[in-house]
Design a protein. Structure first.
Length: 528
C-alpha cells in the first residue's frame, strides 16, 4: 500500500532477503538488524582510525556497541540502525575521498552520495549527515589532496556527492516502478503519510521557547530517550570537541543530528511550521556515532596530557638516574591506548549503576506483551478452525509471532469510531477486519486495558468495538499472562485463577475463548 513505512528501501530489501533465506520468522527480522549494527560498529572504528588513529577508533567502537539503545535496536525491527550504518559509511567515504585523487576520489565521493541516499531512505532523520560531509570537503586540510587546489575542486567534489544521491533516487524510483508501478512511490507515500496522534503533541502547541528548552535538555533527564546515564555527557562532550580542530568535524555531526531531529519541520499547515511532535531516543540514534567518537577523542586527549606531565617528571628524574627515562617512556607509549580504553570503560560502567537503566529498555510494555503472546501461542489449544480476533495494534506489531497456520485465522476487530490510518500500517490488515462475534466460537486476545474498552498508548486511537465487547467482558478468560518477579512472564490457567489474575495490575495479556478449549496442563514461565 502507498505508505511511507513501505518506502524505506534500505531496510525493506535486507529484511526481504533475510526472510527469503531464513523463512517468515522473528529471526529473519532481527538478523539483518544485527548484521547492520555489527558493520556499523566496525565502520566507527575505521572512522576513528582515519581521523586520529586506532587509539581513538577502537574505544569509540566499544562505546557505540555498549550504548543501551543502540544495543536494543540492534535486534529490533526498527530502521534506525541502518540509518547509523549508512550515515557512518557516508562520513568515512568523504574522509577518504579528500585524501585520494583521480578516479578513486570520484568513486568514493559518488559512493558517499549513494550512502547518504541509503541513510535517508532508512530514516529521514539521517538527513543532517550532509552537514558534516560538506564541512569535511570544504574545510579539509589535513592529508588532503584538495587542500591548496582551490575552491573549484571542492565544489566539484560536492557536486559528485550530489550526483551519487541523485543516482540513488533514480535507482529507488526504478525499483518502485518495477515493483509498485509508481516511479515516484516514495514521494507520494511521504506526501500521503497520515499524522498519528501521540502523547507529545501537546508540546507542539507550547511556546517555541518552552519547546526548545525541553528538547535541548532532554538528555539531562536520566532514563529519557534510552540513552541511560551517558545522556548526561552528550552536551559536554560535543561542546568540548568544538574547541579542538581535530575533533570539530565529529562535534558538528553530533550537533547537526541532534538539532536537526529536535526541530525538523514535518508539516506546513495554515502557513505555520509544525516541528516533529515525537522526539524519542531512537530518532536521534545517529547522534550516538559522533558522540562516541568525540568521547573517545576527548578521553585520549586527557590521557595524552596526563602522560605528557608524567613524561616530563620522568625526564627530570632521568637527569639524576641516567638511562632510566628511555624504558619509562616506551612503557608509557605502549600502555597509553589501554589506559584511554579503561577510562572510557569506567565511564560506561557509570551508565549501568542503575539496574533499571540496564533492563529498562527491553522491558518495555510492548516487549512484555510480545513475550506473553509468544508463550500463549505455544501453550493454548487453538482448535482446528476457530478464528482469533485481536486489536489492530496487536496484529501489526505481533502477527509474526503466530505460525502460518494460526496467522491465517487472525482477524482484526476495530471500533467504527477509530481513525482510518490503521488500514495502511500493514499490507493485509484491512482485509483482516471482521465484526467481533459473540463469544463461544472464536478467541479474543488482547491486553486487560483493551478488554475493558480502553486504549493503550500504542493503540494510537484505534480500539476494539465497545458494544460487541460487552459480551466478551462477561466471559472468564482461559489464560492470563502476568508479569512476575525478575521480569518473568507467568501464564495463569483456569477460569477462576485467570479471572482473578486479570484484575491484577501485573496482568499484561489475556486470552478468552470457548469453554471447551483448554490451555496446556503445565504453567509456563519465561525467565528473563
Amino acid at each position: 500500500r502507498l505508505h511511507h513505512q513501505y518506502s524505506r528501501l534500505a531496510v525493506i530489501l535486507p529484511v526481504a532477503g533475510s526472510i527469503s533465506l531464513l523463512g517468515d520468522s522473528p529471526t529473519a527480522v532481527w538478523a539483518p538488524m544485527l548484521v547492520g549494527s555489527v558493520m556499523c560498529v566496525l565502520l566507527v572504528a575505521v572512522v576513528g582510525w582515519t581521523l586520529w588513529g586506532w587509539w581513538a577508533g577502537i574505544p569509540a567502537a566499544v562505546v557505540v556497541s555498549l550504548l543501551p539503545y543502540f544495543r536494543v535496536l540492534s535486534t529490533a525491527a526498527y530502521p534506525d540502525v541502518f540509518a547509523c550504518l549508512w550515515s557512518t559509511a557516508a562520513i568515512l567515504m568523504a574522509l577518504l575521498a579528500v585524501r585520494k585523487s583521480g578516479w578513486i576520489r570520484v568513486l568514493l565521493l559518488f559512493g558517499c552520495g549513494l550512502s547518504v541516499g541509503l541513510a535517508v531512505s532508512a530514516k529521514v532523520f539521517a538527513a543532517p549527515v550532509v552537514i558534516p560531509i560538506a564541512y569535511s570537503i570544504l574545510f579539509a586540510t589535513t592529508h588532503s589532496v584538495v587542500d591548496g587546489h582551490g575552491f573549484g575542486l571542492r565544489l566539484k567534489s560536492l557536486a559528485t556527492i550530489v550526483l551519487g544521491g541523485i543516482a540513488f533516487i533514480i535507482i529507488e524510483g526504478l525499483f518502485f516502478h518495477y515493483s509498485a508501478g509508481d516511479f515516484f512511490y516514495t514521494l507520494r507515500a511521504h506526501l500521503q503519510a497520515t499524522g498519528v496522534e501521540n502523547t507529545e503533541s501537546a508540546a507542539v502547541s507550547a511556546s517555541f521557547g518552552t519547546l526548545a528548552w525541553d528538547r535541548l535538555t532532554i538528555l539531562f533527564r536520566t532514563g529519557t530517550s534510552g540513552w541511560g546515564m551517558l545522556g548526561l555527557l552528550f552536551w559536554p562532550v560535543i561542546i568540548g570537541c568544538m574547541f579542538f580542530g581535530r575533533g570539530r568535524l565529529m562535534a558538528i555531526w553530533g550537533l547537526a543530528v541532534y538539532l536537526g531531529v529536535a526541530f525538523m519541520p514535518v508539516a506546513f499547515e495554515g502557513g505555520s511550521v509544525k516541528v516533529n511532535p515525537v522526539f524519542h531516543g531512537r530518532h536521534i540514534l545517529t547522534a550516538c556515532i559522533p558522540f562516541a567518537l568525540c568521547l573517545s577523542f576527548l578521553a585520549g586527549q586527557i590521557c595524552f596530557q596526563l602522560f605528557a606531565t608524567v613524561q616530563q617528571w620522568l625526564r627530570r628524574t632521568a637527569e639524576i638516574n641516567a638511562g632510566e627515562n628511555a624504558s619509562g617512556n616506551q612503557i608509557l607509549v605502549k600502555v597509553r591506548p589501554f589506559v584511554a580504553t579503561a577510562l572510557i570503560g569506567v565511564t560506561l560502567g557509570a551508565a549501568y549503576v542503575d539496574r533499571h537503566q540496564l533492563n529498562g529498555f527491553r522491558d518495555r510494555e510492548t516487549s512484555r506483551i510480545g513475550r506473553a503472546i509468544s508463550h500463549m501461542v505455544t501453550s493454548a489449544d487453538w482448535g482446528d478452525d476457530r478464528l482469533i480476533f485481536v486489536p489492530a495494534s496487536i496484529y501489526w506489531r505481533f502477527r509474526i509471532l503466530f505460525p502460518t497456520e494460526l496467522r491465517e485465522r487472525l482477524r482484526v476487530a476495530v471500533d467504527d469510531a477509530s481513525p482510518e490510518w490503521w488500514r495502511y500500517v500493514s499490507t493485509d490488515i484491512a482485509s483482516r477486519r471482521a465484526s467481533l462475534p459473540e463469544p463461544g466460537g472464536s478467541f479474543l486476545l488482547a491486553t486487560p486495558k483493551q478488554l475493558s474498552g480502553g486504549l493503550e498508548h500504542w493503540d494510537y486511537g484505534v480500539g476494539l468495538p465497545r458494544p460487541e465487547l460487552k459480551e466478551w467482558q462477561r466471559e472468564n478468560p482461559l489464560t492470563v499472562a502476568v508479569r512476575g518477579a525478575n521480569l518473568a512472564i507467568v501464564l495463569v490457567e483456569g477460569a477462576a485463577e485467570a479471572r482473578q489474575a486479570l484484575s491484577s495490575p501485573r496482568a499484561i495479556a489475556a486470552l478468552i475463548g470457548p469453554d471447551e478449549a483448554n490451555a496446556s496442563d503445565a504453567v509456563v514461565t519465561c525467565d528473563w
